[in-house]
Design a protein around this ligand. Structure first.
Ligand code: ADP
Length: 881
């Protein structure tokens, strides 16, 4: 089992795993209470100075035993290795179906002993809830508190959940809470604690795929929307390669001279780039919307709202909007209401966010291909953990067709073949549009299938469909990685099937009107008599005893899950539910098992890829759905020369080869030359996107340092009761800066006087000509110390005055002005920084490195902003009446 690891790793992990297993055996003798008491003992040891590394073997053994008692699973050795890798702050590459959800329990428990809170991060709310309820009870049993962050939670609920020992949360909830915490105006509104240790599930999806779109909190700004309509009309009149050129590789549009003149003429303006009446950005966005953003591929329109579709996962990203006016341009193109342009109030990229943690770790089925990036950007090492059983999957060579249509025909025919022999098949597609093309062909041949794509109506049933995608003859068409996080079991997942069946029948029995019911709705089952009797009994007891409100199938599912997974039960309803579960399970067990044996004989799950993705990692993810836990399986990619990847990055050589070969449309070509060109194209795209992400992080690092400085200052203010000292510091620096400037004007009397006037004005000192003349003749130090004395006097006066209005008012005012001005300053700064980025991109530096130029200008902008904030706070404090 350990042969995949290097010798260094092997010996190290082997010894630890053996120690854990030996100890876990001893722990079997402990009672539940005694096992639980181990947590208190470990916590004490930690506080006595034992390092977490020292406590690891014991902690992991405790979790292993508790997992067995609570969930009935004996953790595999490879799961223990995964846990060690995570604790070491690395990425554990573990294939699908290896049980990563359980793995996370180990390091989470160990690190939570420190009392600092561990975040377990997953990609969607469904998975956080599922994991917290399913495996969270192991931690609870051991005496740790388990938190779960869900959308629509109040501040108080969030705060309470974040204060737990182990917190299940999605990356976006976490990021947005961070930004909101740093916009809070009182301590009560902040919800998070420190960022200590996190375990990111599907780490590649979060740290790489999502890293190109920053998290943004925005407010409305008052910018004109009608310009988008005009620009859309204009762009529809413009001709590609005449008025503008499209660079698909970098998703960019370049106006030609002719295009420029055409626009100026159409709009009757002299300059498209004028600062007073700018048009350029509007035209550019409209042309991008026209040429590069395709409905049902890059976005969908739902209830007159444009929703972005994540290129990698095929999921819609509600609430996310493209920036720089692109979203508005698409709204104009789709002829739906244009939403006001948003002003960024706060933003952060995932890269910068996750670097806030003291220790970072992650797990995924596919990380090795991106090893260099993880290392360079996040300082994360990737360790490939061997599978529990050897992988038997056969990956067939790609078949390449001349045209897309012949490719789809071939895919459909392969589906039909598999369907006829009974092998379950999973087809991955790159977009909703493509998944529907295949669905149509299959309809024509009357081949049944399940379609999983980003359309919201399908998402609810995603996990369930995937769980049953291993049933005989089932065909599942999924946009890439839909249903990620749920593994496909050959013959179907009997446990999930039983639970779904129970949800369906119990809800019918209790007369619950649940709209998001299971897929069973379509084909109800025949249950035996005993089950029906038990269901009737349950109905009677449930209605007479419990008054728990059930408003969704999820609530019902949780109720059932928690009842049936309990080792010992105390209530009659729990008992009945366990019986019902057992009845259905037993009734279908043979059926599922024989189906599994049949499918294994037939060759297991067959995965069909329909396009090479922009990254090999995503292709591997798709392949990895098959061949879990030593099952047989196979995969095959069907490609065409018209696929995006080849069209954009493949070059003309391939087409020439095809022409020279004179192949027929319907015949696939298996040639090394084509495969090599494909690999090359894919590598080109990978490195292109890597460069983009690298550039993003290099640029974002500048902003990230500034953000941290700003947030630290803000937090200091937010948590202090008296901000007088902070303000005095602001005032002194302001005076110092102004006096410095004043000295610069030594030669010009008028300028000097007007600056003095400004200082008087800011400090709210009555302007006195004689006093000014005296000051004018003093040395710079003396001028400063004169004003420094004045600060104390003015402040005392203001304090007395304010306290007369209301005791304590000055303290509130100080905090209010400080936060308000810091937020205003920061938001304006974000806008300027965005402009600076655009400008640097547009200008193109012949000699200078744009990044150096960006850093230099960003620094000056930051200094200016900070000094402006200090000045306005000073002014406001002394001038409020
Ligand atoms: P992954 O995230 O690695 O794809 P999951 O955590 O979803 O895997 O687990 C896959 C399945 O494997 C789960 O249904 C779980 O019941 C099962 N499983 C996990 N660990 C074990 C174990 N030690 N023994 C038996 N089954 C396990």
């Amino acid at each position: 089992m350990f042969k995949f690891l290097t010798t260094r790793h092997t010996n190290k992990y082997k010894t630890i795993v053996n120690e854990i297993n030996t100890l876990a055996k001893h722990l079997k003798q402990l009672s539940d209470l005694e096992l639980r008491r181990q947590t208190t003992i470990l916590k004490k040891e930690f506080h006595r100075g034992y390092s977490l590394n020292k406590l690891m073997v014991k902690a992991f053994a405790i979790v292993k035993e508790a997992t067995y008692r609570l969930l009935g699973f004996t953790m595999f050795d490879v799961q223990l290795i995964g846990g060690i890798v995570l604790h070491e702050g690395k990425i554990a590459e573990m294939k699908t179906g290896e049980g990563k959800t359980l793995v996370a329990l180990l390091p989470a428990y160990l690190n939570a002993l420190s009392g600092k809170g561990v975040h377990i991060i997953t990609v969607n709310d469904y998975l956080t809830k599922r994991d917290a309820t399913w495996v969270g009870k192991v931690h609870e049993f051991l005496g740790l508190s388990v938190g779960l962050i869900q959308p629509n939670m109040t501040y108080a609920e969030r705060k309470q959940n974040y204060s737990c020992d182990v917190i299940y949360v999605t990356n976006s909830q976490l990021g947005f809470d961070y930004l909101k915490d740093n916009m809070a105006v009182s301590d009560e509104e902040t919800v998070q604690r420190q960022f200590y240790f996190c375990i990111i599930d599907e780490v590649d999806s979060i740290l790489i795929d999502e890293a190109r779109t920053p998290l943004i909190i925005s407010g409305l700004s008052k910018s004109p929307t009608d310009k988008y309509i005009v620009a859309t009309k204009l762009s529809s009149l413009m001709k590609v390669n005449i008025d503008y050129e499209v660079d698909e590789k970098i998703k960019n549009i370049i106006l030609t001279d002719r295009g420029n003149i055409f626009c100026e003429h159409y709009l009757q303006v002299d300059d498209l780039y004028s600062l007073n009446d700018p048009w350029f950005q509007y035209i550019l966005s409209s042309l991008q919307a026209k040429e590069l953003f395709v409905k049902n591929v890059h976005y969908i329109v739902q209830n007159k709202i444009v929703l972005i579709v994540d290129e990698f996962t095929g999921r819609v990203m509600p609430g996310r909007r493209w920036s720089n006016g692109l979203h508005q341009a698409i709204e104009a193109k789709e002829n739906i209401p244009i939403q006001q342009e948003n002003k960024t109030l706060a933003s952060i990229t995932y890269q910068s966010f996750f670097l806030l943690y003291t220790k970072l770790s992650g797990m995924t089925g596919t990380a090795k291909t991106e090893e260099a990036e993880f290392d360079k950007i996040y300082n994360l090492e990737v360790v490939v953990v061997p599978t529990n059983k050897p992988c038997l999957r056969k990956d067939f060579t790609d078949l390449v067709y001349k045209s897309e249509s012949s490719k789809w025909k071939a895919v459909a025919s392969e589906c039909l073949d598999m369907y006829c022999i009974g092998r379950p098949t999973l087809v991955g597609t790159n977009s909703i549009e493509k998944s529907e093309i295949l669905a149509k062909i299959l309809n024509k041949h009357s081949v049944p299938y399940n379609l999983l794509n980003a359309k919201p109506k399908n998402i609810k049933k995603e996990a369930e469909i995937i769980a049953q995608a291993g049933k005989k003859s089932s065909i599942t068409i999924a946009t890439n990685m839909a249903g990620r996080g749920t593994d496909i079991i050959l013959g179907g997942n009997l446990d999930k099937f039983t639970i779904s069946t129970m949800v369906y029948y119990v809800s019918k029995q209790l007369n619950l009107l649940l709209e998001d019911l299971t897929i069973l709705e379509r084909s109800p089952l025949l249950l035996n008599k005993e089950t029906h009797l038990l269901l009737d009994k349950f109905n009677v007891y449930y209605n007479s005893i419990t008054k728990v409100q059930i408003s969704s199938s999820f609530d019902l599912e949780n109720l059932i899950l928690s009842a049936v997974k309990k080792k010992s039960t105390t209530t009659i309803t729990d008992n009945l539910l366990q019986h019902i579960y057992k009845c259905i399970y037993d009734q279908y067990q043979e059926n599922f098992e024989s189906e599994k044996t049949t499918i294994i004989k037939l060759g297991g799950l067959h995965v069909i890829g329909t396009e090479r993705h922009e990254s090999r990692r995503i292709d591997n993810q798709l392949r990895g759905r098959s061949g879990r836990q030593g099952d047989p399986g196979s995969s095959r990619f069907f490609l065409s020369l018209e696929d995006n990847l080849l069209r954009v990055f493949g070059g003309n050589t391939l087409i020439k080869v095809m022409e020279a070969l004179n192949v027929e449309d319907n015949a696939p070509i298996e040639s090394n030359l084509i495969n090599n060109s494909l690999d090359l194209a894919q590598k080109k795209v990978e490195s292109y996107f890597y460069d983009i992400r690298k550039q993003l992080i290099e640029y974002d690092e500048v902003l990230s340092n500034q953000r941290q400085a700003m947030y630290a200052e803000r937090n200091k203010i937010l948590s202090s009761i008296n901000c007088r000292d902070s303000i005095i510091e602001y005032v002194e620096i302001t005076i110092f800066e102004l006096v410095d400037k004043y000295l610069l004007y030594n030669h010009n009397k008028n300028n000097k006087l007007s600056l003095l006037k400004t200082i008087f004005n800011i400090l709210n000192i009555v302007y006195d000509y004689d006093l000014c003349s005296i000051i004018n003749n003093l040395s710079s130090e003396k001028v400063c110390s004169f004003f420094y004395q004045q600060i104390g006097i003015s402040y005392d006066l203001q304090e007395i005055y304010m306290n007369k209005i209301e005791e304590g008012l000055i303290r509130e005012m100080e905090k209010y002005y400080l936060l308000q001005q810091i937020d205003n300053g920061w938001q304006k700064h974000l806008e300027r920084m965005a402009c600076l980025r655009d400008l640097i991109n547009l200008r193109g530096y012949a000699q200078q490195d744009p990044l150096t130029e960006y850093k230099r200008s960003a620094f000056s902008l930051f200094v200016l902003m900070v000094s402006y904030v200090r000045q306005t706070v000073t002014f406001l404090i002394f001038n409020t009446k």
